[in-house]
Write a new protein. Structure first.
Length: 113
């Protein structure tokens, strides 16, 4: 958040967030502030899931590269065990997460009307 939103957030809001409990802070926010908080949190989660999925896809490719050409050994077992993390299935999911992240951060998706 410090790289993206530090300049766009009102300093009064950040000082309020530092000095109060969560529910007290939440009750003092207006609808725009609540949408900003929800969109920042949601985009952070989506980015984290995208990083996790990309790491698992990359690990599957690493295990394929390290596997024995005779289809035996530990790396081959890891490769076969990680068949769920195929890039052709999970890359569209990561792409959708990226689109949703941009939509949340851009204000195109508002949870609270």
């Amino acid at each position: 958040m410090s790289l993206f939103g530090q300049d766009s957030i009102n300093p009064n809001i950040t000082s309020l967030a530092k000095n109060t409990e969560f529910f007290e802070f939440w009750s003092k926010l207006n609808d725009n502030g609540k949408n900003l908080a929800i969109s920042t949190f949601t985009s952070t989660l989506l980015t984290g899931f995208s990083i996790l999925l990309n790491s698992l896809i990359s690990f599957r490719h690493l295990s394929y590269a390290m596997a024995d050409e005779y289809a035996i050994g530990g790396w081959y077992e890891v490769y076969m065990f990680s068949s769920f993390f195929k890039a052709k299935f999970l890359s569209p999911v990561v792409f959708i997460f990226c689109i949703l992240t941009v939509a949340f951060l851009g204000g195109y998706i508002n949870i609270i009307k």
